[in-house]
Ligand binder design. Structure first.
Ligand code: FES
Length: 207
């Protein structure tokens, strides 16, 4: 019997149905487990193992490889600042420090309220728009330290239900780089990626 909510179980069933083998659904199901409990727990990984018909050790091997699978409590908004070489050369460290200073949350930590987590990350594939920041994996390019502070204040004040790259780029970013993706109406509703069918607004699972 599953410990997941009915809606999470429905999502898990739909995700698994998309793959020829159940085990292939392990990564999206790990995000479901995170969404269900707020972070990834041993119980959550065991649940994923049951759904995917693999061992908990196999699930743990996947989960421990990727930094996006959070084992610690993560805030409603995960602010990730890139400090790899291109962003670093264009002020990524200053952007990170501005986020830490404005939020009062150092890298790797979450505030007491569970609202904001801050981390520095390696290259997030937006070097053409460096320095780059993500909120719940939604990208913002060309962020200055001042804009980073405004971003933090906005998250704390407005507490948006959904964060969306296009909107945040308009509010807090510079000119979009040449490789900015197509406009995306969906956004993230928690500290996990907003790709379907993880429960993004407007993406209620069905194809
Ligand atoms: S170095 Fe920051 S996005 Fe690539």
């Amino acid at each position: 019997m599953s410990s997941w909510s009915e809606s999470t179980q429905e999502r898990a069933t739909e995700i698994i149905a998309r793959y020829p083998e159940k085990r292939s659904a392990v990564m999206p199901l790990l995000y479901l487990a995170m969404a269900e409990e707020g972070h990834l727990t041993d119980a959550g990984m065991e649940e994923v193992a049951r759904w995917c018909e693999i061992t908990p050790a196999q699930v743990r091997a996947v989960a421990s490889f990727y930094t996006m699978f959070k084992r610690e409590r993560t805030g409603r908004y995960l602010v990730s600042c890139c400090t790899s070489i291109t962003c670093m050369l264009l002020g990524g460290d200053e952007v990170l420090h501005a986020v830490e200073d404005e939020s009062g949350v150092p890298h790797g930590e979450t505030d007491d309220e569970g609202m904001l987590s801050v981390e520095h990350v390696e290259c997030i594939g937006a070097c053409g728009g460096a320095p780059a920041v993500q909120v719940n994996y939604e990208l913002i390019e060309g962020v200055s330290p001042t804009q980073a502070r405004e971003l933090v204040r906005w998250l704390k004040r407005a507490r948006p239900e959904v964060v969306n790259s296009d909107e945040m780029q308009e509010l807090f970013g510079a000119r979009r780089s040449f490789d900015w993706g197509i406009s995306e109406e969906h956004g993230a509703i928690g500290p996990y990626p907003a790709f379907q069918p993880l429960g993004t607004v407007g993406s209620e699972v069905s194809e």
